[in-house]
Design a protein around this ligand. Structure first.
Ligand code: AKG
Length: 374
């Protein structure tokens, strides 16, 4: 389905994005759920798929991780099933992410889908990412509190992090086609009235710790930063056990100089940011294609489809896919691979006549990053 989101994006970015939560009423007109509860339950039975069941039998919170073998033990009230990264596994659900491509691809995390029966929910909590919660079938009451309330968090179960009760600034029923946007840090809680499907499109910014740790791995891998601290200008000091401020400054400069190499920084970031945090539905081509087969199919009018959920991004003058450089000088063709989910002769242009480019493309097709529709 071609989902249309009726939203004034300029107004949204100016007034709400990363600033305050908002309920966007009926922005998906005539919304049809892309997946049925049975299909979602089936996905949560798969090993590769990340899923959770959260329930409150007798008022006590319970949580367990999939894959699940059966749902027979669940009653008609007080539970919900949550499945992460459904956009990686289910093409019709992935279509729901498309209207959010007004926001940068590199900030997208995944589409999480929840199915909840009356009284179900995951409880009051705080996330550190932006989320658009689309109401599919059924209805739920959402309460959202203000940020900066220094609310205490606690674990009612080892797998759940809840937040203490909060005063709502939003307290509204969501109906089919409504969207609730919540920036990071705002406590929220959804309570199901009528058996419901909710679609959470999450956007996550990396934190400094993850950036540092990945950059450190890159420095090691690329054998950068091998120069040692040196001090030919050393003079006598009165306190031999003190590291002097100018020495600390030099050490800090040694470290920041490593980050301040734009080419290395971009290379690292391109690889880092195109690695998916969630499992991909990768199916390497079997048997593998030869380059000339790929070339022939494309010039005969076939298109390559990008694997759903795979991250393909342009960083500076290079493009990256799933942690790898798209190693080519045909930047327009590589750029098209980032921009469009479907690529063919028109998008790839003259690059198709270059055997080295086609070999790079064949390699990605054989890895399962792109596939022909057959
Ligand atoms: C979230 O996506 O942050 C939610 O709280 C959704 C949980 C749900 O659908 O029950």
């Amino acid at each position: 389905m071609d989902y249309q989101l009726d939203l004034d994006w300029d107004d949204f970015l100016k007034n709400y994005w990363q600033k305050r939560p908002v309920v966007l009423k009926n922005v998906f007109k005539n919304f049809i759920d892309p997946i049925s509860p049975d299909e979602l339950a089936g996905l949560a039975m798969e090993n590769e798929v990340d899923s959770r069941l959260v329930s409150q039998p007798n008022g006590h919170w319970q949580a367990s991780n999939g894959p699940f073998e059966s749902y027979d033990h669940l009653g008609e009230k007080g539970w919900s099933l949550l499945v992460q990264a459904v956009n990686h596994w289910h093409a019709p659900s992935a279509a729901l992410v498309k209207p959010f491509r007004k926001l940068p691809d590199w900030r997208l995390d995944d589409l999480m889908i929840s199915f909840s029966v009356p009284g179900g929910g995951v409880g009051p909590h705080i996330d550190n990412y932006d989320v658009f919660i689309v109401q599919g079938m059924g209805s739920r009451r959402w309460r959202v509190g203000d940020v900066n309330q220094s609310l205490k968090q606690y674990c009612p179960h080892p797998a759940l992090l809840h937040v203490e009760p909060f005063e709502p600034i939003i307290d509204e029923d969501l109906e089919t086609g409504d969207v609730l946007y919540i920036p990071p840090g705002f406590p929220h809680d959804g309570f199901t009235h009528e058996t419901a499907m909710n679609y959470s499109i999450g956007f996550r910014g990396p934190n400094g710790r993850d950036l540092m740790s990945s950059f450190a791995d890159y420095v090691l891998e690329q054998d950068l930063g091998g120069e040692h601290y040196s001090d030919p200008d050393l003079t006598l000091r009165e306190h031999p056990a003190e590291v002097q401020p100018y020495e600390l400054e030099r050490l800090r400069t040694m470290m920041t100089d490593l980050v301040n190499q734009p080419e290395e920084f971009n290379q690292w970031f391109g690889r880092f940011i195109t690695l998916s945090r969630h499992e991909l539905d990768l199916a390497p081509a079997e048997p593998p294609y030869r380059s000339d087969e790929i070339y022939d199919s494309i010039v005969q009018g076939e298109n390559l489809i990008r694997l759903s959920g795979i991250r393909v991004l342009r960083v500076g003058d290079n493009c990256y896919v799933n942690g790898e450089l798209i190693d080519t000088d045909f930047i327009d063709a590589a750029d098209a691979m980032c921009r469009y989910p479907l690529i063919g002769q028109k998008e790839l242009g003259e690059a198709l006549e270059d055997p080295a480019f086609v070999a790079v493309l064949a390699n990605f097709v054989n890895s399962g990053y792109w596939y022909f529709n057959d």
